[in-house]
Ligand binder design. Structure first.
Ligand code: FES
Length: 557
């Protein structure tokens, strides 16, 4: 609830700022355009509902930030998080005078806080205030953009949108400030005309000296009050830590044997950060990304149960019962933890791929494909030509697999291994594997035509497909880590591919795959075979030419 409120109030404030900046940008057109934009802006924000939403969001967002500071057992945090916090804390004192001089002056002292009024203050009477306003605009925009970035970066579409959003994040404030500046210059020019100035004063009803003095006094009081509030929160936090310390420290033990002594109630992530132990936390400890997850060893029984929000994230990643989110788990006694992701984890390591990353047993369809006679061909080619042909072949096969909903597991020599049904049903996986086999054969024909002058004879392919339970997980080391499958079904699929040569078939698929693919394969010969290392016989379908297979949903799963 707190996290959602924080996000919701942040979004309200960001929207307010966004619309305010858009309004400013109209100054590039004319003062009239600026005024018309303001009418729309005020209609949205300066009505009873808009007022409650806006000022409620402002108070709640600030209050939640102070509460978060109070709750923290340690203040160590990544640079971006610290920057966002400091920028956020700077906004209220910088903004107070602007709010008092506009909304308060308008509501209680009859001032028309139009753009003319504001621009006269900033460009004629108190240019220094304009600098302050410029600063708070940039601070608020930066604070909002950081928040938006760390929220949106978990969305799968975000990497593609980043260049556009980045451009917008730079362009919008620039246009707004330019619009404001151009309009300010225009007002300063008009103000030189005493008649215009007199008319402006009459329509604005500027605050008198006593009101101005009151506004400045209120501003000072707010700044002092905010500083006092922050000091009180820090003091309360310190006091709380002292009281907690009396209950003694607990130990968090890491896989390398390192032990960190912390106060009860400290999150595991805070403990890691405080001790300088690198620990992934893509969402900054907001319980959204799951990259901070740890496996709990000894001490698991004494942990408080996960909150509803943590439990929901753990459920989404199909986490084992011993896995917890380090940023949400506050041990109350000694505990052993093992971070499950490298500290360098990125948004790509978040929810969507977690189940596979941790390893899970799934039934999938496995496809192996191999080039026939390529070794002989390679012997008569220059290395450069071999690499060129193989890369064209891999690109073609990779596209065929992905277009059919599969995942390339690996390229081995001139062979391809692909998985289908990793994220869906096994039936869909079998349909996809057969569709991919057909597409591979078709695309290989096209590639042979394209490379006709480079090849002494057309490339030929042998394909084997089998399905069954396997362990799917991300295995490997550093850059060589990839999603892969291990298990008997993988070996069987590989042997079916090898058998395609013996059987003179372009494709050999096992009966389970044939049945689940939904394709009519009744016209192709079936036979029972024995496979080395496998007990029992396996019925397989041998297809001489894959393109003869008719499938209902070609190219889809
Ligand atoms: S840091 Fe993102 S869920 Fe814990």
């Amino acid at each position: 609830m707190i996290r959602r409120l924080h996000l919701a109030t942040g979004l309200v404030l960001f929207t307010y700022l966004l619309t305010h900046l858009l309004n400013h940008a109209l100054g590039l057109i004319s003062l009239d355009a600026l005024a018309v934009g303001r009418e729309v802006f005020l209609a949205f924000w300066r009505n009873p509902v808009g007022t409650v939403v806006l000022y409620g969001a402002l108070l709640l967002h600030g209050g939640l930030a102070l509460a978060a500071i109070y709750r923290r057992r340690r203040l160590a945090m990544p640079l971006w998080e610290a920057a966002q916090l400091i920028l956020g804390l700077a906004i209220p004192p910088l903004l107070a005078l602007h709010i008092l001089g506009t909304r308060l002056a308008s509501e209680f002292f009859g001032v028309d806080d139009s753009y003319i009024y504001i621009l006269l203050i900033y460009f004629v009477f108190s240019p220094l205030l304009a600098l302050k306003q410029l600063l708070v605009t940039l601070v608020a925009w930066l604070h909002g953009c950081i928040g938006m970035h760390y929220w949106l970066r978990l969305k799968p579409w975000y990497p593609r949108a980043v260049p556009y959003l980045y451009g917008a994040a730079l362009t919008l404030p620039l246009l707004a400030l330019l619009g404001f500046y151009v309009a300010g210059r225009e007002v300063a020019r008009l103000a030189a005309d005493p008649a215009w100035m007199a008319a402006a004063q009459t329509s604005i009803h500027p605050p008198d000296a006593a009101t101005v003095s009151l506004i400045y006094n209120l501003d000072t009081a707010i700044i002092v009050g905010l500083a006092g509030l922050l000091a009180a929160v820090l003091f309360a936090r310190w006091l709380r830590l002292q009281l907690t310390r009396r209950r003694g420290l607990l130990r968090i033990t890491y896989p390398d044997g390192r032990q960190v002594a912390v106060l009860p109630g400290t999150t595991i992530l805070e403990a890691s950060r405080g001790a300088g132990i690198p620990h992934a936390s893509v969402c900054g400890g907001r319980g959204r990304c799951s990259t901070c997850r740890v496996r709990i060893g000894a001490g698991a029984a004494h942990l408080p149960p996960p909150s509803e929000a943590e439990a929901a994230v753990l459920l989404r990643i199909s986490a084992a019962p011993t896995v917890r989110l380090a940023c949400q788990t506050r041990p109350t006694s000694d505990v052993e933890v093992t971070p499950l992701l490298p500290a360098t984890a990125t948004p790509l390591h978040t929810l969507a791929r977690v189940a596979h990353r941790q390893g899970e047993e799934r039934e999938v369809a496995i496809l192996f494909a191999d080039l026939r006679g390529f070794t002989t061909l390679a012997e008569h080619k220059l290395p450069y030509d071999v690499v060129f042909i193989l890369n064209r072949y891999f690109a073609t096969m990779g596209a065929a697999v992905e277009d059919a909903g599969g995942r390339i597991d690996k390229f081995i020599g001139d062979g391809v291994m692909a998985l289908f049904g990793v994220d869906g049903s096994i039936d869909a996986g079998c349909r996809g594997a057969l569709a991919a086999a057909r597409s591979m054969a078709a695309r290989l024909d096209e590639l042979n035509q394209t490379l006709a002058h480079d090849l002494p004879e057309p490339l030929r392919i042998g394909i084997g497909i089998h399905s069954g339970p396997v362990i799917v997980g991300e295995l490997g080391y550093k850059a060589a880590t990839s999603l892969t499958a291990v298990g008997d079904a993988v070996n069987t699929a590989s042997r079916l591919e090898a058998m395609s040569k013996e059987l003179g078939a372009q494709l050999v698929l096992s009966e389970p795959v044939a049945a689940r693919s939904g394709a009519d394969l009744s016209s192709f010969p079936r036979q029972e075979i024995e496979l080395r290392g496998r007990t029992g016989r396996l019925t397989v379908v041998a297809v001489a030419h894959v393109l003869d297979v008719r499938i209902a949903t070609e190219g889809s799963v």
